[in-house]
Write a protein that binds this ligand. Structure first.
Ligand code: ADP
Ligand code: ZN
Length: 435
């Protein structure tokens, strides 16, 4: 049986979605122009007034907002409501620099939590489920977002936050958790710990996982699904636009439906800013059409992906985005070649390694160097030594084929690389420390 949290919205015909977007965009642009001096100035500089925006076809006329704008306007400059109407502040994780803050009215919290509720129901969640949330709670949006969504669905919610992995597993077993929400790297760690504690998937009742907040590969998905005996669903979001639940995966697992009644998505060429036709790969841009306190128009996410509007077997009609392959600023340029950490992860997992690795980039004598620390699994470690030349050569060759450059591989004993309980830090780029 197919289930939706808000079927009349999630399965609305495209014409209806477009009508909502047109009407809400016009209203939101007026609202922001009247209430937000920062964005009004950007519009004036571009020579655009609210009258120029009559439908989504006019969206491209509006100026972009970037993370630099958010930092410049920090903390209150991009609000469109007085502070006294707001009830919550959240902040980004600061993965790529200074944190930025976002504000929410009660209405904004409700719509954010509803988006998370849609994701939980799409993963099979009902009132009968026990939903264990081990995203971090606090300023980070992961914990509060999924917690709110879980309440809205009516699941029994276990607000574990991250960390203390053995206790996570004890509660998971004692209370029969059926849905797990956390970052994919933490899900992998929980799976690893479960087996180390001598348990198997028969000892837990988990059926689904809702994992996001960082890039992860299909290979990693299969690994986690096997180790926890679940179906693993992707969820995407960013604090600036609300938090997790901007888009979420359905059972088809072929991309994430964007909640288009709240957010208009565009793909642009990150170099020129030109809007690209559907199906092109580029930078994802969001316009928030229903938020009150902190509605951003044409916010550049720096996440690189593809949008596709096609019939989905789940019955949902909202457009889908592919898994972001990383942010434009995650991309490493090594000896002139573009390298995404996710490409390295895909090769490692295909070759039978666990997702425990670290990418080290440096510059020696004016030449970029790429070293990859790769942990051996316990099974590999009983069979091979850390300096097994064949293992190293096979891995180096496979990476050379994928990336176009030859990395230096260092095999390490199991447990050498610190596990992540939140967003994993995979890359250490020492060149940045020099510049
Ligand atoms: P920060 O930008 O400081 O990490 P956030 O915690 O708001 O702050 O994280 C949002 C970012 O996390 C997104 O822009 C995206 O790069 C990444 N992200 C979130 N969900 C996913 C996902 N499912 N897949 C890949 N990346 C994701
Ligand atoms: Zn679907």
């Amino acid at each position: 049986m197919k289930r939706y949290y808000q079927p009349e919205i999630e399965c609305a015909p495209y014409e209806q979605i477009k009508a909502w977007q047109d009407e809400r965009l016009v209203k939101q642009v007026k609202n922001v122009y009247e209430n937000n001096t920062y964005y009004r100035k950007l519009m004036e500089e571009k020579g655009v007034t609210p009258d120029d925006i009559q439908s989504t076809e006019d969206l491209h006329k509006l100026p972009f907002l970037t993370k630099a704008d958010l930092r410049e306007a920090y903390p209150y400059g991009l609000m469109s409501r007085p502070l006294r109407d707001c009830v919550r502040i959240q902040s980004t994780s600061g993965t790529t620099g200074r944190r930025v803050v976002a504000f929410y009215t009660q209405h904004d919290l409700d719509l954010w939590e509803e988006c998370c509720a849609r994701a939980i129901v799409a993963a099979g969640g009902t009132k009968d489920d026990v939903c264990q949330v081990c995203y971090g709670y606090g300023l980070f949006t992961g914990g509060p977002g999924l917690n709110g969504g879980s309440h809205k669905v009516g699941c029994l919610t276990l607000p574990m936050s991250s960390g203390n992995t053995e206790r996570q597993i004890q509660f998971m077993r004692d209370l029969g958790s059926t849905i797990l929400c956390c970052t994919p790297s933490y899900a992998a760690y929980i799976g690893e710990t479960l087996h180390e504690m001598g348990f198997t998937t028969d000892d837990i009742r988990l059926k689904a996982g809702i994992f996001g907040a960082e890039p992860w590969t299909e290979e990693m998905r299969r690994d986690i699904e096997k180790s926890l005996g679940i179906k693993a669903y992707d969820i995407y979001g960013l604090t600036e636009i609300s938090g997790p639940g901007v888009s979420f995966e359905c059972e088809e697992q072929t991309g994430m439906h964007i909640n288009e009644d709240h957010f208009i998505a565009e793909i642009i060429d990150p170099e020129t800013g030109e809007v690209l036709p559907e199906g092109s790969k580029g930078e994802l841009v969001f316009t928030s059409i229903t938020k009150e306190a902190f509605p951003l128009l044409r916010y550049r996410t720096r996440d690189i992906c593809i949008l596709k509007r096609e019939k989905c077997s789940c019955g949902r009609t909202h457009i889908k985005m592919t898994k972001p392959m990383g942010r434009s600023d995650d991309m490493l340029i090594i000896r002139g070649v573009n390298v995404f950490p996710s490409q390295i992860e895909a090769v490692l997992l295909k070759q039978g390694y666990a997702p425990n690795y670290q990418i080290l980039v440096d510059r020696v004598n004016n030449t970029d160097t790429l070293d990859i620390n790769v942990e051996l699994t316990s099974e590999q470690f009983t069979k091979y030594s850390e300096d097994d030349t064949t293992l190293k050569k096979n891995l180096t060759d496979a990476l050379k084929t994928m990336l176009g450059i030859r990395p230096k591989i260092h095999l390490l004993p199991p447990k050498s690389i610190t596990r992540s309980e939140g967003k994993a830090v995979r890359v250490i780029d020492k060149r940045k420390l020099i510049d």
